[in-house]
Design a protein around this ligand. Sequence first.
Ligand SMILES: [Zn+2]
Length: 128
Amino acid sequence: MMLPEFAGFFENAAQQRLAFPYCRRCANFHWYPMPRCPQCRSRDIIWRSIEGRGELVSFSHVMHAFDKSRSDALPYVVALVKFADAPGVNLITNIDAPAMDTLQVGDSVVPVFRTDDGEQPMVEFRLA
Ligand SMILES: [Zn+2]
């Protein structure tokens, strides 16, 4: 189920764009979506798309399925990614890595958009 405040993220992802909430009053990005800017309290917030290239801040290899529906996805990588053109955004996401032990903090990653018919678009990242 998609929370309504995330609709802008997925509408942009359906168009192969990565976008985050951006305050037009103080010119800052923030994440997660909030009704008011966490910097200046303004409600003048738009979804602003970015180039998409990010940097791996941290990551973890998930070897155990906490939710049985994800058992067939094991092992997978959960990561924290930041963006030079969206300072202040730290996105928790998955990394589609061919060999998990090739990842290093500081690696450059790019988004991969998956849009199956009728499904919520999915965004994950791969090494650039
Ligand atoms: Zn602001």
